[in-house]
Design a binder for this molecule. Structure first.
Ligand SMILES: Cc1ncc(COP(=O)(O)O)c(C=O)c1O
Length: 450
């Protein structure tokens, strides 16, 4: 054990390390990556720069998070000033001004009646916090038997035990034992036979929400605390809610006293051309989880936005009692709060949510112009999100889309793939010419793909 610096000792530098072994990379084919690394060394606006000096057009806003574009001066300065002024303040039984201001700003963006915000450091933590708040809320309102949680097949809710339990992505679940008890799942809503090549929300499939009635009949409403869904499922490969589906879920939850949680880690902060998916779809949940675009990806931060009745139910008993035994050392960290306030300013000043809405029809046309290219079996879009589903190579699922990812990267475009689906979600500052460039490059890659 020592504090010596093995990187410096070998004559390498932090900008050019010569040993990649120590870092165990997340959600990455580590051995493959380390043979031919893809390193990003700087970013500005719509572009990354790779370690070999190439400009890479960012088709994914990093990981669905850099909504304001890279290197925004206002956010950079806010973080710099904050670290100088107050680097850290304890999160428990202490506060700092910016986090209170931020909570009010977020509440103002959220649907009416959702005026309370619990801070976390990531989407996964926001999800686990929301699930805990849901169960605890049922308890404090005298419905302690309501502990069951309902997720959805193909849902992605991060990687905490709560999130993978309600989530429905098989490889994220199967290695990790029995997960948490008392969870059930709705069916996913993806159906190529009825809905392939839909522009925006598919017309067919609202009835998938009725499956919740079946789960209620099976388990009884008195055992169910909450349902959690992504308004648009992102990480599983861009699955859109059929028209009427979210409305119906809301109705069924109301009928049975079940809380509805929207996981808006991807759909929050402008991605759909609105503050949240809740606004876009006109359906108000009981809690919203968010992260990513909250700080435009600059400093990690997540949050749970909570309906007033839920928050208020906890505010009883002696005033000196802690109402919720939950929180993180870095809940509402000063740097994250400063970054988030500056990100929200930037969104407002540049009207980036409105811009995303204005750009969406152009984006939609560009997505659907890929129809007929080799291997493409579906195209989906909403806001500034696209899903391009490819036919899998027999016996080699994921291989075709991953090859497209590698080829795009070599040509200077960052895309994201999940299974054999390509997902695109650029920063909201994207220009029409960059949309053309992005889909032009992608089309070239698809045409040449084995
Ligand atoms: C809907 C949703 N929930 C939760 C998460 C997890 O967020 P994080 O990776 O910040 O923990 C993600 C990440 O992509 C997400 O898309």
């Amino acid at each position: 054990m020592s504090l010596h610096d093995p990187v410096a000792e070998t004559g390498a530098s932090y900008d050019n390390p010569n040993d990649l072994a120590a870092f165990w990379m997340p959600f990455t084919a580590n051995r493959q990556f380390k043979q031919k690394p893809r390193m990003l060394v700087s970013a500005k606006g719509m572009h990354y720069t790779s370690h070999d000096g190439r400009r890479i057009l960012d088709g994914t806003a990093g990981l669905w998070c850099v909504n304001a574009g890279h290197g925004r001066e206002k956010i950079v300065e806010a973080v710099q000033n904050q670290v100088r002024e107050l680097d850290y303040a304890p999160a428990f039984q202490m506060g700092h001004p910016k986090v209170f201001a931020l909570a009010s700003r977020i509440a103002a963006l959220a649907p009416e009646g959702m005026n309370h915000v619990f801070f976390t450091n990531s989407g996964s933590e926001a999800v686990d916090s929301a699930l805990k708040i849901a169960i605890a809320y049922q308890n404090v309102r005298g419905q302690a038997s309501r502990t069951r949680l309902i997720g959805r097949e193909r849902g992605y809710h991060g990687v905490g035990f709560g999130g993978i339990s309600v989530g429905g992505i098989v490889s994220n679940r199967r290695f990790f034992g029995p997960l948490i008890n008392g969870v059930d799942h709705l069916p996913h809503t993806h159906d190529l036979e009825h809905n392939a090549y839909s522009r925006g929300q598919p017309a067919w499939g609202a009835h998938f929400a009725d499956e919740l009635e079946r789960l209620v009949a099976l388990h009884d409403a008195s055992t169910i605390a909450a349902v959690i869904v992504e308004p648009v499922a992102g990480s599983t490969g861009v699955l859109l809610p059929p028209k009427g589906y979210l409305e119906r879920l809301r109705e069924i939850c109301d009928r049975h006293g079940i809380l509805l949680i929207f996981d808006e880690v991807i759909t929050g902060f402008g991605r759909l051309g609105s503050s949240f998916g809740a606004e876009r779809f006109g359906v108000t949940p009981d809690m919203i989880t968010c992260a990513k675009g909250l700080t435009s990806g600059v400093v990690p931060m997540g949050a749970v936005i909570v309906r007033d009745e839920i928050h208020d139910a906890f505010m009883q008993g002696p005033e000196g009692a802690i109402e919720l035994f939950h929180g993180y050392t870095y809940s509402g960290h000063p740097l994250a709060a400063a970054a988030a306030l500056a990100a929200l300013d930037t969104y407002a000043e540049d009207d980036l949510f409105g811009r995303a809405a204005e750009m969406a029809p152009y984006w939609e046309d560009a997505v659907h112009a890929l129809k007929g290219l080799p291997h493409v079996i579906d195209l989906r879009n909403i806001g500034l999100i696209a899903g391009i589903e490819l036919e899998s190579i027999s016996g080699k699922p994921t291989a075709r889309a991953f090859e497209a990812f590698l080829r795009c990267y070599d040509k200077g475009l960052l895309i994201r793939t999940t299974g054999d689906i390509i997902a695109l979600s650029p920063p909201l500052i994207i220009e029409k010419s960059q949309i053309d460039e992005m889909f032009g490059l992608l089309a070239d890659v698809l045409k040449a793909l084995p």
